[in-house]
Design a protein around this ligand. Structure first.
Ligand code: ATP
Ligand code: MG
Length: 308
């Protein structure tokens, strides 16, 4: 049984920096000695394309992992010594449709991860911009959720729905799931709006701190990922910012984020792993559906945001 630590990088809002963060936080962590596996769970396959991985007739990917019992290690593509990618080489939207009636469909990825002895320290899952079955699989498999946010005036829109989904998955299938933190991406340093949105997000999460909600210990990362064109250029060069331009703001920011991540979360990973190995909850197939327990309401959207 694998005890690898699994983190879902998710926000159903499109274009907020999920893939860029999965790739470059992963690469920065790999550079710090962690053996990292990046899972592309998005039918758009941006992470797979980012690394220039091409579909071949023999290449297995997440579609096969989810629909055909293919082990993760058979789909794994080694990128460099500490980075492995599980690519999306066949449209995962088809998997979502095919699995619609399958028993235990939300827990397939979790089963694949736990049934193998995987050599990774961390698995980062790049989620699609939706809260469908693929994202549910990521939330069921993960111990933590990282939420990238873009600090513009609609940043908090949809966050309540995401947190409700996290809460539901925690109640039904993954009792130790928590929101580890929020990462500001494409940050415009020095603008008033960015400052206001950061304040709103702080208040949003502060109102839940200390309670039972999965986001009550969410860490608002001090490291902000500044807008940096080099980050947008990386995919067309098939590499990460760490190799593409190590002296860029993008490389600096993701290295600082990895430092902050390790300091904030990996210190308690031994304790976390102990808890994970104790929990093996098997639930009926239709776990994510009608509610039978008191939901934990996400905090209200601040008035500044709601007024936009
Ligand atoms: N800090 C940044 N500076 C400049 N460009 C960025 C930055 N972060 C991401 N981008 C660019 O913004 C676009 C959206 O980023 P990304 O693909 O990471 O978002 P996403 O949340 O994964 O999107 P989707 O929801 O479509 O999967 C990409 O073109 C990416 O290269
Ligand atoms: Mg993406």
């Amino acid at each position: 049984m694998s005890c690898v630590r699994t983190i879902a990088i998710t926000n159903q809002k499109g274009g907020v920096g999920k893939t860029t963060t999965t790739v470059n936080l992963g690469a920065a962590l790999a550079g710090m000695g962690k053996n990292v596996c990046l899972i592309d769970l998005d039918p758009q396959a941006h992470l797979t394309m980012h690394f220039g991985i091409e579909a071949t007739t023999t290449r297995a990917g997440m579609y096969d992992v989810l629909t055909a019992d293919t082990p993760l290690t058979r789909a794994a593509v080694g990128i460099e010594p500490n980075i492995t990618v599980i690519p999306s080489v066949i449209d995962l939207a088809a998997a979502e449709v095919e699995l619609a009636g399958a028993v235990g469909r939300e827990q397939i990825l979790r089963d694949r991860i736990t049934e193998e002895t995987l050599p990774y320290d961390l698995i980062l899952i790049d989620c699609p911009p939706s809260l469908g079955l693929l994202t549910l699989n990521a939330l069921a498999a993960a111990s933590e959720v990282l939420i990238p946010l873009q600090p513009h005036f609609l940043a908090l829109q949809g966050l309540g729905q995401l947190l409700e989904t996290v809460s539901l998955v925690r109640r039904r299938i993954n009792p130790t799931l928590k929101v580890a933190g929020v990462i500001f991406c494409m940050f415009e340093t020095g603008t008033r709006l960015s400052g206001e949105v950061v304040e709103d997000v702080r208040n949003f999460f502060a109102s839940a701190s200390g309670g039972d909600a999965p986001w009550s210990e969410a860490h608002i990362f001090k490291t902000r990922i500044r807008r940096n064109i080099k980050l947008a250029e990386c995919p067309s060069h098939g590499t990460t910012i760490r190799h593409y331009d190590p002296s860029s703001h993008g490389a600096e920011d993701y290295a600082a984020l990895a430092d902050e991540f390790l300091a904030a979360f990996v210190a308690d990973s031994a304790e976390q792993t102990d808890r994970e190995t104790l929990v093996d909850v098997r639930m009926p197939a239709d776990v994510v559906g009608e509610g039978d327990a008191e939901p934990v309401a996400p905090p209200a959207v601040p008035s500044h945001e709601a007024a936009q």
